[in-house]
Design a protein around this ligand. Structure first.
Ligand SMILES: [Zn+2]
Length: 120
């Protein structure tokens, strides 16, 4: 039995993914400035810290390349399809700690490691 993400969590990840997508596609100057704490503009963000996404990411770690864009897009597709949060390789739920750092992760940590070692 895999533990499903709640609708609220899915919504939260979807917002993170959209924000990330804006970052990697470069469509972002305003948001990026906010992330860096400069020039923060008033936004329609929710009072419970809706504009804090970027502070949880390390922008340096984020690769601004096409692979990342594709992975974010496919994560958004998986949210729509209802399969978001499960490892594509083994079907196990991906740890929430991992999804928070990398909401576009396709694999659980174990499968990711295997993939990096060329075992998949
Ligand atoms: Zn896996």
């Amino acid at each position: 039995m895999s533990k499903k993400l709640s609708a609220k969590e899915l919504e939260d990840y979807e917002q993170r993914l959209r924000a990330l997508l804006a970052v990697v596609t470069g469509d972002i100057d305003k948001l990026e400035q906010e992330a860096l704490g400069e020039n923060a503009l008033p936004t329609e963000a929710s009072p419970d810290g809706g504009s804090d996404y970027f502070q949880e990411f390390s922008l340096q770690l984020l690769e601004r390349d096409e692979t990342t864009v594709r992975e974010i897009m496919s994560a958004l597709d998986r949210i729509k399809a209802g399969s978001y949060g499960s490892c594509e390789a083994c079907g196990d739920p991906i740890l929430k700690e991992r999804l928070k750092l990398m909401p576009h992760a396709r694999n659980c940590i174990e499968c990711q490691r295997k993939e990096e070692e060329g075992l998949l």
